[in-house]
Design a protein around this ligand. Structure first.
Ligand code: HPA
Length: 252
């Protein structure tokens, strides 16, 4: 297993500090790209150094397209993160992506626009083109899969995440198009987060929680009340995986 020096968890909608996270402090951390969404909590998970950052702020107020992804990832790297687990709530497009299922995607397609998506854009740092054929770190995905197995939490080991701009949900035709493109899941925040993690050399993988059927994939309308209820259920399972992940890291 890869040596996990410090696990950073980026919490998405509805996420809170993971169970068992022994928090030492929460600190604002300025970067050359501005301030992260919230103070970064630092502490330990199973004795392993750990960080937690609420992607949408604390309280949850920052829309997906307004998140300062560059500041978020830079702050985690500055504070010592070696590995990043992104917690993301998603809509399910594939038949197998029923609400309540957890996925560790291995691919993504970016449908966003206008987001600041690189450190190496020739402004503060020289232009560069990062390798991104495999957008998630394979070693980190394997560690997450082992953790899920150890925790007894069923997960889908492969899947394609389509990242839309939000904050509105998609039209049924947009979801049909994503399906034709091969997307299994839809969310609003994996990009540019995953690409920035790659630029910084952080080992980044996602634990995606399906909280609704994507637009047009169910007779029921998508309501925030049902999304919230499903998120709480998924989060229980996701925290079980994180707990196991930290135990594996502590042992290995
Ligand atoms: N679409 C986009 N993002 C989401 C969804 C969705 O249906 N559910 C949770 N995040």
């Amino acid at each position: 297993m890869q040596r996990v020096r410090c696990i950073a968890v980026i919490g998405g909608s509805a996420a809170t500090l993971p169970y068992g996270f022994v928090a030492k402090e929460a600190r604002a951390h300025a970067t050359p790209w501005g301030e992260p969404s919230a103070p970064v909590h630092s502490g330990r998970l199973h004795g392993v150094p750990a960080l937690y950052l609420a992607r949408h702020g604390e309280p949850h107020t920052i829309a997906p397209h307004r998140i300062n992804y560059r500041a978020n990832l830079r702050a985690l790297a500055d504070l010592g993160a070696s590995h990043v687990v992104a917690l993301n709530t998603v809509g399910g497009i594939a038949d197998a992506a029923a609400p309540g299922t957890l996925w560790i995607p291995d691919q993504l397609i970016d449908y966003t626009s206008g987001r600041e998506g690189s450190y190496h854009d020739g402004v503060l740092l020289p232009l560069d083109h990062v390798e991104f054929a495999e957008p998630f770190d394979e070693g980190m995905r394997e560690v997450l899969l082992a953790a899920a197995e150890g925790a007894g939490v069923p997960v889908q080991a492969h899947g394609v995440y389509g990242c839309t701009q939000g904050p509105r949900l998609e039209t049924a035709a947009e979801i049909e198009r994503l399906r034709r493109d091969g997307c299994d899941l839809v969310g609003m925040t994996a990009m540019p987060e995953a690409a920035l993690a790659r630029e910084l050399g952080l080992r980044y993988a996602m634990l995606a929680m399906v909280v609704n059927r994507a637009a047009g994939r169910s007779a029921e309308p998508i309501t925030m009340a049902s999304v919230r209820a499903q998120s709480a259920l998924c989060l229980e399972q996701a925290f079980g995986v994180l707990d196991r992940l930290a135990a594996l890291a502590a042992a290995g």
